[in-house]
Design a protein. Structure first.
Length: 257
């Protein structure tokens, strides 16, 4: 059973376009349903079976280069997998295309809504590619308030319990491919799991962020494979896609017990 919760019913910060239903396209080559425009951000709720509910929740941020959202491959499919582990999953439809700050507003507000409206014992995030960049920003910038609506939820400050970054991108946009400047140096970051492959064009993001966390003496785990590429989600037929879910499950069990 799923339901949708709109993040902002009134004015949406960092937006000039009118709110409309998302524009959807299907990519036959990748067998992926994509949202090619989102102007009315929302979270879609996926609940586990009641007898399997562990009380914890994960907000999922699909990737798509901030141009589109790979909605099924990096959103609904991971949500259904997380349900089998007992987690309530919230899939974020953040604003695209080309609205990076608006997307950051959306992930902040989505996380705050989940913390404010639902009674979960722990709440973390899971992101893929550009979505992992959003999760990294939220993990390291939790004390920074973005330009959000002035309401009760926005006034509250909440910290993640954990963060899962799968083939993250855009974490090395600093000088000489150093850490991206929009990842602030808040030292008290949550536990973070990072997964990537050496043949991924964005693999330097993985290494750069891991080195950054090491300097901060943060609690993190880095797992890599030699091959797998980018954008595989958890679909069968790709070794990386078949590997990271079991690693994540083991890590989550170790840090959330």
């Amino acid at each position: 059973m799923t339901n949708k919760i709109y993040i902002s019913e009134d004015e949406t910060p960092n937006q000039s376009k009118e709110k409309n239903e998302p524009k959807i396209a299907f990519d036959k080559n990748s067998n992926t349903t994509k949202l090619i425009e989102v102007t009315h951000p929302l979270i879609e709720v996926f609940k586990p079976e009641e007898n399997n509910n562990n009380g914890k929740a994960i907000l999922i941020c699909p990737g798509g280069s901030y141009k589109i959202l790979a909605l099924d491959k990096e959103g609904t499919e991971p949500a259904l997998w997380l349900n089998t582990l007992g987690y309530t999953a919230y899939v974020l439809q953040y604003r695209v295309p080309d609205n990076i700050e608006g997307a950051f507003n959306d992930v902040q507000n989505a996380f705050k809504i989940i913390k404010n409206k639902f009674n979960h014992t722990k709440v973390g995030v899971l992101g893929f590619s550009a979505g992992a960049h959003l999760c990294a920003r939220l993990s390291t910038c939790f004390s920074k308030v973005s330009k959000t609506n002035e309401n009760e939820i926005d006034a509250e400050q909440y910290k993640l319990d954990f963060s899962l970054l799968i083939y993250p991108a855009y974490l090395d946009l600093g000088e000489n491919k150093s850490i991206s400047p929009n990842l602030l140096q808040d030292k008290n970051v949550p536990p973070i799991f990072i997964f990537g492959t050496e043949d991924d064009a964005y693999f330097n993001s993985v290494l750069t962020f891991a080195n950054y966390l090491k300097l901060l003496k943060s609690n993190f785990e880095l797992q890599t494979l030699t091959s797998g590429g980018h954008g595989y989600g958890l679909r069968k037929g790709n070794k990386a896609a078949e590997t990271w879910p079991s690693l994540v499950e083991k890590w989550l069990n170790s840090i959330t017990e």
